[in-house]
Design a binder for this molecule. Sequence first.
Ligand SMILES: Nc1ncnc2c1ncn2[C@@H]1O[C@H](COP(=O)(O)OP(=O)(O)OP(=O)(O)O)[C@@H](O)[C@H]1O
Ligand SMILES: [Zn+2]
Length: 487
Amino acid sequence: MGAGMTDDLPAPGAPLMLFDSLTRSLQPFAPVHPGEARVYSCGPTVYNYPHIGNMRAYVFADTLGRTLSYKGYRLTHVINITDVGHLTDDADAGEDKLEKAAAEKAQSIWDIARHYTEAYWQDVKALNIRQPAHWSIATDYVPQMIEFAKAIADKHCYELDSGLYFDTATIADYGRLARHSTDEGESRIDPVDGKRHPADFAIWRKTPPGEKRQMEWDSPWGRGAPGWHLECSVMSEALLGFPFDIHTGGIDHREIHHPNEIAQNQAHSCSDASGARIWMHNNFLVERSGKMSKSAGEFLRLQLLIDKGYHPLAYRLMCLQAHYRSELEFSWEGLGAAFTRLKRLVMAAAPVREAQAADVSDRRLADLLAKFDAAISDDLNTPIALTLIEEAAAMKKVDAGQKRAALAAMDAVLGLDLLTLSREALRIRPKAAVIGEAEIEVRLTRRKEARAAKDFATSDALRDELNAAGVEVMDGDPLGWDWRLDN
Ligand SMILES: Nc1ncnc2c1ncn2[C@@H]1O[C@H](COP(=O)(O)OP(=O)(O)OP(=O)(O)O)[C@@H](O)[C@H]1O
Ligand SMILES: [Zn+2]
């Protein structure tokens, strides 16, 4: 549990409260299996690059996972990779997102899936998102999906020419997660010929006669592909068992995907249990123009932020500055401010980086650790947690080993790599930069010499030369940064 604490200080034992979307209330975390935490997070649909909004969902899931580990639970986290079955509309309209991308690019669907899965994993790594115990790939679980569907087919499904459909009327409280008390939510769902209810959804979609899909399998309902909702029910059960502790996803999943997963889980376990004890949803990253979305065409990728000279962990910090249930608006100014905040933290932590971690007995540090514990236990209040790690980093006249231990304990939750990020790593050269670091340093040294010799003409000329190359010289920068590249 966190850093070593001495016996006379309160242990960081605030009860972990999490906001459950099913009950729309804070719930204490009470593990299904003592000492363990099992978490399933809906993963990306790998038909395109992830945008930074998608990555907010995984920064959130990772912060949750890190918090559970910090609280002493043995974590099993599963993130799936959706490589089949997700239609261009979350309900039953449109085409399979991957089939569509493959047709547009005239490429093998398997190559597309691999390419974008790897791109996603790169972003995961850059954002310091810990590796889950399993990356479950949907196409690896098709036999289990067919078995699951067979088990619920008689009582809960009906067959149409287009496939096997789940009859939502067979579940008494269908939609309780989305709170569809009226038909309003359902009216958005495009009708499919013959569906008994607008909210009914495909468990299995048959390949239309005369067509051939790149991804298709034989099933009792004909050759075709599984429905997207079925995938997550099957993979979560296969890897975590029902009930498991926490299911996460973006807030859009609260409306269709997760209510449908819950309906399937209830059908399969013949009970009113939803499959997971707690359902958690992160709010959106938005731009002034609205929700960041792949489908909308233009979108921001993490790599673009890096190409412009921002460290990817500045984006992680930007996410942590907002509570996960609040909307977060992206702006370059906001990202720049988060980057400065990250630099300040790294610099403040630098003096204790090499110290030998020691038990925290200093009252001020212990007090900060307890406050940190309280904040993170309060439904992952990362905005407050960040101010507390900053306070610890700025603390003067404190034992270096103890300070290091306290920072390490807090950063284990926040994942900002404070004790290992180097100054150099933070000074990312934008792709557009035309001058190398070594050249900059040579000119800066000459400029220092010129200034020491009161040769201001030369000093100014060197500064102008650097400016022309896109380098801003920062005399007297309080962070001691010396220079930065203009974006
Ligand atoms: N703007 C956003 N902010 C935060 N989370 C998001 C945002 N857009 C999508 N998500 C979440 O990202 C995760 C991955 O989603 P997925 O890869 O299926 O994206 P998608 O729905 O195809 O993307 P899009 O909605 O942008 O077209 C999901 O949990 C989803 O809820
Ligand atoms: Zn899912």
